[in-house]
Design a protein around this ligand. Structure first.
Ligand code: DP6
Length: 328
């Protein structure tokens, strides 16, 4: 009744933004991502009959109330129902990156929790089924079950059983680097769940944006298959900018960028014009993620570190999917 899993964060190249069903957390469209070897969460779940409530220990500190604990309890309830387990659980989870830096922790967090908790509850599920489960915790977590390049399928079924990620290519398919330029400290003000729901409810650009998703997914899938860096750069930057454009068009507008975010967009494009292969993507926060071939990583890192407002740069590469590291 005890298991430990590790999962890595992922960065979307074709963005998920909006839901076709809030209760089941079904995405409005597909998305495509790279799972990264850094940015990992390790989670141990142990079910224990003697507990009278679920316990969450995050980076060594017990969380006794609030949204993170509520999300974990709701998620464990799904697993208890499937496994016919009634015991409460202790969830000990730690990130190898600063949780408060505003980097995605829900993706690695719910992927690791889905795998550790199902294993501890005695369930032996396929990666696809685990991915659909992880989606209930956070849409982006569904993609972190798989290593390398993964595509989230929005599915058609009302129960969401077919809304899960599928693998596209392994981590060693393409020797890319993803450099994460940190541009601010602290949590973002508008979380992704809230930001996408406000966008969907109020932005006149949301539905036109959704109509572009299938073409972007096809283009990104082909670029990955062909290891076509220029094609991937084109589709990833336009997907990112259009996602943010829909959010900025909400009422009130959802704007995640700071001045450094904007100047890095220009810096990356300028470097590319000068012959350095690189492209940017930005999630629901002010940090900028820059992809490049492994051979250009040193130059891209130097360019980012030289840019004013950059607090730190993390260098990551495609990594493995979620896996169990201990179970008994
Ligand atoms: C901008 O997966 O955090 O990172 O399903 O509501 O938990 P919820 O949202 P979440 O949204 C991620 C949004 C994004 C784009 C992406 O990862 O595809």
């Amino acid at each position: 009744m005890k298991a430990t899993a590790i999962a890595h964060s992922n960065i979307a190249l074709v963005k998920y933004w909006g839901k076709r069903d809030v209760a089941l957390n079904l995405p409005a469209a597909g998305s495509l991502s790279v799972t990264l070897d850094g940015l990992s969460t390790t989670t141990t779940v142990s079910f224990d009959d003697s507990l009278d409530g679920d316990r969450l220990i995050l980076d060594g500190q017990e969380i006794t109330e609030g949204r993170p604990l509520d999300r974990v309890v709701t998620f464990l309830d799904l697993i208890r129902a499937e496994a016919e387990v009634t015991a409460c659980a202790t969830v000990e989870t730690s990130n190898d990156f600063p949780t408060a830096a505003g980097l995605a922790s829900s993706a690695s967090g719910f992927a690791a929790l889905a795998l550790a908790a199902t294993t501890a509850a005695g369930l032996d599920w396929s990666k696809e089924r685990l991915s659909a489960l992880a989606r209930r915790g956070s849409g982006s977590a569904a993609r972190s079950l798989f290593g390398g390049f993964a595509e989230m399928k929005p599915g058609l079924r009302p129960d969401g059983a077919d809304a899960h990620a599928v693998p596209i290519a392994d981590a060693d398919h393409w020797d890319l680097r993803c450099l994460v330029a940190l541009t601010a400290r602290g949590e973002k003000k508008v979380g992704s769940t809230q930001g996408m729901q406000r966008t969907q409810a109020t932005s006149p650009f949301f539905n036109p944006w959704l109509a572009t998703m299938d073409d972007d997914l096809t283009a990104a899938r082909q670029a990955v298959e062909n290891r076509d860096f220029g094609a991937l750069a084109g589709v990833a930057e336009r997907s990112c900018l259009r996602m943010h454009a829909t959010a900025i068009g909400a009422d009130p507008g959802v704007l995640y960028w700071n001045a450094t975010t904007t100047s890095l967009i220009h810096a990356v494009r300028h470097a590319r014009d000068e012959g350095l292969p690189c492209f940017f993507t930005i999630d629901a926060g002010p940090h900028v993620k820059v992809f490049c071939p492994a051979s250009s990583a040193t130059d891209v890192e130097a360019m980012l570190r030289d840019s004013s407002g950059v607090l730190d740069v993390l260098v990551t590469r495609p990594g493995q999917g979620a896996r169990i590291i201990e179970a008994r």
